[in-house]
Write a protein that binds this ligand. Structure first.
Ligand SMILES: Cc1cc2nc3c(=O)[nH]c(=O)nc-3n(C[C@H](O)[C@H](O)[C@H](O)COP(=O)(O)OP(=O)(O)OC[C@H]3O[C@@H](n4cnc5c(N)ncnc54)[C@H](O)[C@@H]3O)c2cc1C
Length: 455
């Protein structure tokens, strides 16, 4: 099958249509964001401005959010992110396939509050998926159910300041079994969301065995944020801001004790759980990124046709028309890639589709960054101020080039798979066929090669 590193199951993988079931939900989400989320967004942020404690919410903020969350739940616009899950439908919504969710997540990307209003925010989505797939009944009752109801929040603690965390084999927070308890010591940073007062639990990557095979040394453990010995040192500043109350927190574990039963799945399953968790999380980010790029394009047009100088509309100055065209073309190329990756996850499963996920993760934040950067430029100085959301949008895309694995690691995954696919072809004798085909094409196209030899 075509695709090299990017495996396909069959030609049906090119069928990227939204299902009939999802179509009315998509329409309902679009209307819900327009009618319910957009109107409260400014008010939500205004209420929070100047609050006494940055790591809490101001009076009225959570109440405002809750009214919209209640409406979303009542309309069944809730927990879309969990495909094939009976649990998500029990809590007032329904999991969609990754492909259907891709269309909806693009809409969620257009307003930063939208994901939370529909209980589809990172990092909870990835954490809920892990709990749903590998949690024990008691772990589900304690943590998954309140998360699915949107009552608490959670965070994921993997990255450590002391090691190059792109190489997760180096994660070194230690968990040692002492009777019926794990004793945990170590240091994490960039634990996103752990600053939120509603965040109650961390899924934490630890080294629980120093002598097992490399990929069996790590485990993932549930650590309640209020467990004795958990020290939230403070926020890591991102481009100088603390992103309170969400925050990307620096955390130390000092002799933290949790029950033995807090281990997820089993000891030594840390890497297998990462595959489960990071695939959907990464692709959801990319879907929302496309929504952000769409919004930037709309802003470029609005600004470009309403502002004039040097006797022309801004859109007609310099190369702005070409920039606009390139942005639209790139957004559509990205959309197709994201939809194909989502379909690959549905058809092949998260683990088999991981090269697809890496391909979109390597492509989308980088391109969206470029698009938003150009739209900032068209807005002049105002583009980086509070008058437009562009600075925040840029920052968010720029940080995504690092979060969930830097671009380079994802390029490494794709390139490595490409080399392996070619090696497998050669070993299986399929490479001869490719060479013969190239020769045939060459003969057809003459010396210039290819079928399109021009006039
Ligand atoms: C806003 C934000 C939120 C985050 N949220 C979370 C979170 O909630 N939980 C969590 O655990 N972590 C989180 N992270 C951390 C993020 O996942 C890590 O920063 C990332 O995995 C890279 O690890 P590192 O910072 O240790 O960089 P390093 O591993 O030290 O890498 C540094 C640089 O080396 C280069 N590099 C690395 N590997 C390769 C390679 N194979 N080939 C070529 N070049 C390479 C890249 O340029 C990379 O940027 C967040 C980060 C940001 C910025």
């Amino acid at each position: 099958m075509v695709g090299g590193a990017l495996k396909m199951a069959s030609m049906d993988d090119f069928d990227l249509r939204m299902s009939e079931r999802a179509r009315p939900l998509y329409e309902a989400v679009t209307a819900f964001i327009r009618d319910e989320v957009d109107p409260i967004t400014e008010e939500f942020h205004r209420l929070g401005d100047g609050r006494a404690d940055r790591w809490s919410y101001a009076p009225g903020q959570l109440e405002l959010l809750q009214t919209v969350k209640d409406k979303a739940k009542a309309q069944g616009l809730w927990n879309f992110f969990l495909p094939n899950s009976e649990a998500s439908s029990r809590f007032g919504g329904g999991g969609l396939s990754n492909l259907d969710y891709a269309y909806i997540a693009v809409e969620l990307g257009k307003n930063r509050l939208a994901s939370e209003c529909l209980n589809c925010s990172a990092p909870d989505t990835g954490n809920m998926e892990v709990l749903e797939r590998v949690g024990t009944p008691s772990q589900k009752a304690q943590w998954l159910e309140p998360l699915l109801r949107g009552e608490i929040r959670s965070a994921y603690a993997m990255t450590e300041p002391g090691v190059m965390s792109s190489d997760a084999k180096q994660i070194d927070t230690r968990a040692v079994l002492d009777g019926d308890e794990w004793v945990i010591n170590g240091e994490k940073y960039f634990t996103s969301g752990a600053g939120d007062p509603r965040c109650k639990v961390l899924i934490t990557m630890v080294r629980s065995n120093t002598t097992a095979d490399t990929y069996k040394q790590h485990s993932q453990i549930l650590i309640p944020l209020d467990a004795p010995g958990v020290e939230v040192v403070g926020p890591m500043l991102v481009f100088g801001g603390d992103e309170a109350p969400h925050g990307h927190m620096h955390i130390r574990f000092h002799e933290v004790r949790v029950p033995r039963s807090n281990i997820l799945w089993d000891e030594g399953k840390g890497f297998e759980i990462s595959q489960l968790r990071l695939g959907p999380g990464r692709i959801h980010h990319c879907m929302r990124s496309i929504g952000a790029a769409e919004r930037a394009i709309e802003m470029a047009v609005d600004r470009g046709v309403t502002r004039e100088g040097f006797g022309k509309k801004l859109i007609n100055l310099g190369k702005n028309m070409e920039l606009l065209s390139r942005a639209r073309i790139e957004v559509e190329a990205m959309r197709l890639m994201v939809l194909r990756a989502a379909k690959a996850m549905d058809v092949l499963g998260n683990a088999e589709a991981r090269v697809w996920v890496s391909a979109v993760k390597a492509m989308v934040p980088e391109k969206c960054c470029q698009i938003i950067d150009q739209v900032i430029q068209m807005h002049g100085a105002a583009g980086i101020t509070q008058w437009f959301p562009l600075a925040e949008m840029y920052q968010s895309q720029r940080t995504l080039r690092l979060a969930d694995g830097p671009d380079e690691v994802h390029h490494m995954v794709v390139a490595r798979a490409e080399v392996r696919a070619r090696e497998a072809d050669v070993a299986a004798g399929r490479a001869e066929h490719t060479r013969a085909r190239q020769d045939a094409v060459h003969q057809l196209g003459g010396k210039t090669g290819g079928l399109f030899t021009g006039p």
